[in-house]
Design a protein. Sequence first.
Length: 235
Amino acid sequence: MMGRHVIILEVLIYILHGAATSPFVRKTWIFLKEKGLEFEHRQLDPLDKSERFLSMNPLGRIPVLEEADGNLISDSSVICDYLENVHPSPRLYPADNRSRAKALWFEEYADTLLTQICAQVFWMHIIIPIRSGKPADLSEINAFRDKNYPDVFGYLESVAPDDSSIVDNHFGIADISLASTVRLLDLAGAPLDADRWPRFNDYYQRVISRPSAKSIIDEELFATDVFRTTGDAPK
C-alpha cells in the first residue's frame, strides 16, 4: 500500500494600509494583483498623523504593507521592489540593467512631478471645495493646467508606446506607476484631454483597463466620495 502525501499550500496574505485614492496605494495594489498575491486592504488616513500611523511609518506616508508575521514595509517603491524579489514571477521589473534603469526613471517621474500635478488637480476639484465651503475655482484650475500640463504631458506624449508597455514591450512597474498617478485626474472628474495627447491617453487607457487596475475601482470611488463630502479620508 502506497503512502499518501498531503501537500499543504500556504497562502501568504498581506495587508495593504492606505487610502485608495493615493497613487502610491494604487500602484502597490495593482502590483500585488499583477503578481497574483492575496492581500487585505485596510484604511489608513494619510492626513491623520496618529501615534499608530507614525509607529507604522515615521514619515507618515502611505502605503504601508504588513506581512503575516507583522513585519511592516513602507514606501510604494520599496514595497514593489521587495515583492519583486520575494515573488519574482511574473517579472514586473526588466532583467536588463539599462531597461531596468529606464523603468525606474519612469517610476520616479510618476512618483514626483507627475504626482505633484495630478494630486493638485484632485485637491482643487475634490478636497479644497469641501474644506473651504466654496465651489471649485475652474479659472484657477484651468490656469494651473495651462501652466503645468504642456511640459509634462507633452513629454509623455512623445514617449508613449503603441501597446501597454513603455519599456521593452514588457508590462511592468513603469506602466503601473504612470497609470496609477494619472488615474487621479479621472477621480477628480477632469480626465486627460484625449484630443491633445492622444498617444499617451490611448496608452493610459490600455493600462488602466487591465483587470488588476479595475479591481480597485470600487475602493477608490468610495474613498473619493468620502473625501468629496467630508474633506477627509475614509477611516
